[in-house]
Design a protein around this ligand. Structure first.
Ligand SMILES: [Zn+2]
Length: 430
């Protein structure tokens, strides 16, 4: 890039207290470990010299009240159920403290980008975009984006936009609009593309075109971008895009920022976060995607010429996509090979644990491919946080089968399917 307007380095708002030790999450989601895993992965990559780590202050409990009810904030930090584990994580004091740091990181990154627009700000965080004003939800505790947007609006008069390329719709922003009406003015854009493959990229392009116009007209002052890795088709909870398409999405976003910055003659303030990404068999595939996204940012906006090929492995078992997608029996390839590693759909192999695949035909005549059998034997089912003991199987199974919400169904199925040990002990990919 000859006309770079952003600084050559990215500033990462990282503190160790953002992460939990791996032995203590006790949950399907490894989000509480992600900041540190990402930091370590980044450090070992060729990009490390382009990222500078800075500190920040954690949020105080009262800081959450701007986007959440007093009851939820009070009960969460006190560890009082049911709200303490309404985020679907088993509560502990250290985890509760860590969310003060993850939310603090995002707030500091947004304010930092506004105060120094040429400096791209990175908050290596997730766990925000499904939270509700009155509770947690879907592995998310507090609505960090909402809190940060309100701070930016009140302290700087800045209007923001989020481009949320996590595989799941970022509903915390929409769920917060009735709770804090000022959010409509502070954060009018919450771009979440729909569809898969080409449709996904087209929908993203359309959203970015609207955002570009708003930036050029001065209606939006900063952009937050989270490229969640669970939009990748091999993610445990994802099925949208191949590796090449995932990286194309990065190029579309950063290309729009570069164009806008050039047109405006000044850098558009940009804040990055991580959001989702779930690979029980290989977390490094998730981290590789996040690092590759950063390489696109550095190449497009910061004047570097980095070609970073993410190493995304094929899942050992089948991804959730096949399970959730009717008419996708094993013999049918669900898509082209994402990056030249052979057939697009992983197959059960000798390394796979568990009983393997099965198919069944439901009452509508749809063929379902199931990994590790369905429904699971009752003895393999353990209660999930927030669900009363002994009621998990019928209630969760019923909910999973009846809901139209694919995301909820994927999460519920993951809880039902995971072997007892795997669910209790997060797996260390190393
Ligand atoms: Zn997600």
């Amino acid at each position: 890039m000859t006309h770079r307007l952003h600084e050559p380095t990215i500033r990462m708002y990282y503190r160790r207290s953002m992460s939990m030790p791996s032995s203590s999450t006790g949950s399907f989601s490894e989000s509480p470990l992600k900041p540190r895993r990402f930091r370590d992965h980044l450090r070992a990559s060729p990009l490390s010299r382009f990222v500078r780590t800075v500190g920040f202050a954690p949020l105080e409990k009262d800081d959450f009240l701007v986007a959440h009810t007093e009851r939820y904030v009070r009960d969460f930090f006190a560890g009082r159920e049911p709200l303490a584990s309404s985020n679907w994580f088993p509560w502990n004091a250290r985890f509760a403290d860590s969310v003060r740091f993850t939310n603090g990181s995002l707030v500091a990154a947004v304010l930092g980008a506004l105060e120094q627009p040429s400096q791209i700000a990175l908050s290596p965080t997730s766990g925000f975009h499904h939270a509700r004003p009155e509770s947690g939800h879907g592995y998310c505790t507090f609505s960090g984006q909402v809190i940060a947007a309100l701070r930016a609006y009140r302290e700087h008069g800045a209007v923001g936009a989020w481009v949320d390329l996590d595989g799941h719709f970022g509903d915390s922003i929409e769920a917060s609009r009735r709770f804090v009406p000022e959010l409509d003015a502070a954060l009018p854009f919450n771009i979440n593309p729909a569809g898969r493959h080409g449709d996904y990229l087209r929908d993203l392009s359309a959203g970015l075109a609207r955002l570009e116009a708003a930036l050029l007209e001065g209606k939006v002052q900063y952009v937050g971008f989270a490229h969640g890795a669970d939009s990748h088709e091999w993610d445990d909870l994802g099925n949208q895009v191949s590796t090449a398409e995932w990286l194309e999405a990065s190029r579309l976003v950063y290309g729009m920022i570069a164009r806008c910055s050039a047109s405006l003659g000044r850098p558009v303030p940009l804040v990055l976060a991580l959001f989702g990404g779930y690979r029980k068999d290989d977390l490094s595939s998730v981290l590789e995607l996040h690092v590759a996204d950063l390489a696109v940012a550095l190449s497009t906006l910061c004047g570097h010429d980095l070609a970073y090929e993410p190493r995304v492995t094929r899942p050992r078992g089948r991804g959730w996509a096949a399970e959730l997608e009717p008419n996708a029996p094993r013999a049918v390839d669900a898509g082209a090979a994402p990056n030249g590693e052979g057939p697009g759909e992983p197959q059960a192999g000798p390394d796979d644990d568990g009983p393997g695949e099965a198919t069944y035909v439901d009452e509508n005549g749809d063929v379902w491919v199931i990994w590790e059998g369905t429904p699971p034997p009752p003895e393999e089912v353990v209660p999930a946080p927030g669900f009363p003991d002994g009621h998990i199987e019928p209630e969760l199974l019923l909910l999973a089968e009846e809901t139209d919400d694919e995301e909820l169904r994927a999460v519920l199925m993951s809880l039902l399917r995971r072997p007892r040990d795997a669910r209790r002990t997060p797996r260390d990919p190393n």
